[in-house]
Design a protein around this ligand. Structure first.
Ligand code: 3PG
Length: 306
């Protein structure tokens, strides 16, 4: 029987990226089915029947959905963060979960600077803003995205610091970035913070008052990671106490009402846009297809996360 893969994305990839994925899989005699912008989970569960592998983006894949895949062997998260997938339920059901780390990294890093320039120039409202050159940027977590942010920041002439408990200081040094020893130090030494933490049980709401109070009065906080790493109530309280502080995010807060009252001290993309470029879509789509081909042809599980 021909292997069947379902690409289920509530937020669709660019058409040409899907075509590349289809061609790669087709060359390996794997059939690609598509389910885009689906209305509800039931539709997804229905389409999962008799499918061997599933490719998703931020789509929620829980225990019940995994169970509906009666023939499911692999789920590939075409992207980096896999907090949308119940990896334990997948493991218990004998389903392998993989991701495609790094494929979206440059796209996300470029968006950081799109939002940062908007913030530095007061939402382009005509009031005098500030330049990035000479300012200090603190990168909170130095993975693929953080490293791309550092590269671009240096082009702007910024001083770049990074904190990452999982990356040896020497690796940070070698990329021309100054490592600091803890998050508190990073927040106290930076004019601007760019957040690149994955969302895990360990990072839930870690950006709280205790940490935020180290920031200078006029700090800009940029979030292109996940909303769950922010303690929203604490951030709102800090922004009320510090009338020049700004929060710019690619992931709308769970409770945006009070942020929306802050004028151009707050900005959120209407939809999560970090990875929405033709290049990132193609990179992630082709990487997902390759991982599946390698798995089905030779059992390769290099990108397994569960
Ligand atoms: C990622 O984890 O790779 C990014 O957050 C992109 O997510 P998306 O596929 O929902 O755009």
């Amino acid at each position: 029987n021909r292997i069947e893969v379902l690409l289920a994305t509530q937020k669709p990839f660019a058409q040409s990226a899907i075509q590349q994925m289809e061609e790669a899989l087709g060359a390996a005699n794997i059939k690609l089915e598509q389910l885009e912008a689906y209305a509800d989970r039931k539709e997804l569960m229905e389409r999962l029947k008799n499918v061997d592998a599933l490719i998703v983006r931020s789509d929620i894949i829980d225990k019940e959905i995994i169970k509906a895949g009666n023939q499911l062997k692999v789920i590939v998260r075409a992207g980096s963060g896999f907090d949308n997938i119940d990896i334990k339920a997948a493991h218990d059901a004998g389903v392998i979960v993989m991701n495609t780390p790094g494929q979206n990294a440059n796209a996300v890093a470029e968006l950081v600077f799109g939002m940062l320039l908007w913030g530095a120039r007061n939402g382009f409202n005509g009031v005098s803003g500030f330049e990035l050159k000479g300012k200090t940027l603190g990168i909170h977590a130095f993975g693929n995205v953080g490293q791309n942010v550092a590269r671009i920041a240096k082009g702007f002439g910024m001083n770049v610091l990074a904190y990452d408990p999982y990356t040896p200081s020497v690796v940070i040094y070698r990329s021309g970035v100054e490592p600091v020893s803890c998050a508190e130090e990073l927040y106290s030494k930076s004019d601007i913070i760019s957040i690149h933490l994955p969302y895990t049980p360990l990072t839930k709401k870690v950006i709280n008052r205790e940490l935020l109070q180290n920031l200078p009065e006029k700090a800009i906080l940029i979030n292109t990671a996940r909303k769950e790493v922010i303690h929203e109530e604490d951030l709102i309280a800090m922004m009320k106490e510090r009338p020049q502080m700004k929060y710019l995010t690619d992931i709308a807060p769970a409770h945006p009402a009070e942020f929306l009252e802050m004028g151009n001290r707050y900005f959120a993309t209407p939809k999560k846009m970090g990875a929405q470029t033709l290049e990132a879509n193609s990179n992630a789509a082709v990487a997902a297809a390759r991982e599946l081909i390698n798995y089905f042809e030779s059992g390769n599980v290099d990108f397994k996360v569960n």
